[in-house]
Ligand binder design. Structure first.
Ligand code: SAM
Length: 247
């Protein structure tokens, strides 16, 4: 993490430095904090590459707003979780430019297996009054959702275009066990609750459920309490799992 970034964003930097120990705790005794650090470092060239591609584009209003995984402390956390769990089936909601998708897909490539299913609205619905408030990001002029995902990475990627409420139930029931689920679509209480409870029954015994923006409302906390789970906060995400988190 560059020193200048740490000075400008002390809170994010602190989260980034705490992430390896917290992730190791989530993932169990067989994963050490040093291993997590190693995977997060493996993700650094991905961050550099994405940042460069994002800066090369023309953005509405002149300011890039590609989505949360493009922030420096977030994508490496997704990458490290995916490297550690070695999931076969990953499902994410909320693609935007595709930064989170790239971290998942690069980790699956490094693992040598696995598929990523990503759900997002088709571009035609981004301005629809029903969805506009939940979108919250921009794309570069002339680009479509997931534009950051290279052709090479698309071999492991299935993009499901549609409202999460109509698309997600079919996706999670068709994959034969979700190893890693990640929410980053519309952060309203009702959509977050809908997604957690739709994905949860399809999560494998060792499966992990993560969510961005858990501090927006009480949806994640209530879900964790209702299922008698423990959770950790890593890099701004709330993360929980089906099997108990070791103390
Ligand atoms: C925060 S962005 C995702 C950022 C991305 N995960 C990343 O970290 O790079 C939120 C995305 O959720 C999508 N979204 C919002 N409401 C949705 C809905 N009802 N169904 C599916 N996707 C939705 C938006 O179109 C937008 O692309």
């Amino acid at each position: 993490l560059p020193g200048s970034y740490a000075i400008r964003h002390p809170k994010q930097a602190a989260r980034y430095f705490l992430a390896p120990a917290r992730l190791a705790r989530l993932l169990g005794h067989e994963i050490t904090s040093d291993q997590v650090k190693h995977w997060m470092a493996e993700a650094e060239p991905i961050t550099d590459h994405l940042r460069k591609r994002i800066e090369e584009e023309k953005w509405p209003g002149g300011k890039p707003q590609p989505g949360s995984a493009a922030a420096q402390d977030r994508g490496p956390v997704l990458y490290a979780i995916t490297r550690a769990l070695r999931p076969q089936q990953v499902v994410e909601t909320g693609v935007a430019s595709g930064a989170s998708s790239v971290y998942f897909l690069e980790a699956l490539r490094a693992n040598g297996g696995g598929t990523l299913h990503s759900v997002d609205l088709p571009l035609e619905l981004w301005d629809d009054p029903k969805f506009r408030d939940g979108v919250g990001v921009h794309l570069p002029i002339g680009k479509r959702p997931g534009w950051l995902v290279s052709d090479e990475l698309r071999a492991r990627w299935k993009f499901h275009a549609g409202d999460t409420r109509s698309v997600l139930p079919g996706v999670v029931s068709s994959v034969g066990g979700v190893d890693l689920f990640f929410h980053d679509s519309d952060h309203s209480y009702s959509t977050m609750t809908f997604e957690y409870s739709t994905a949860w029954p399809h999560l494998t015994a060792e499966g992990v459920l993560g969510s961005d923006d858990v501090d927006r409302n009480s949806a994640f906390g209530e879900f964790v309490r209702a299922h008698h789970l423990r959770s950790v906060e890593v890099g701004g995400f709330g993360i929980t799992r089906k099997s108990p988190i070791p103390t």
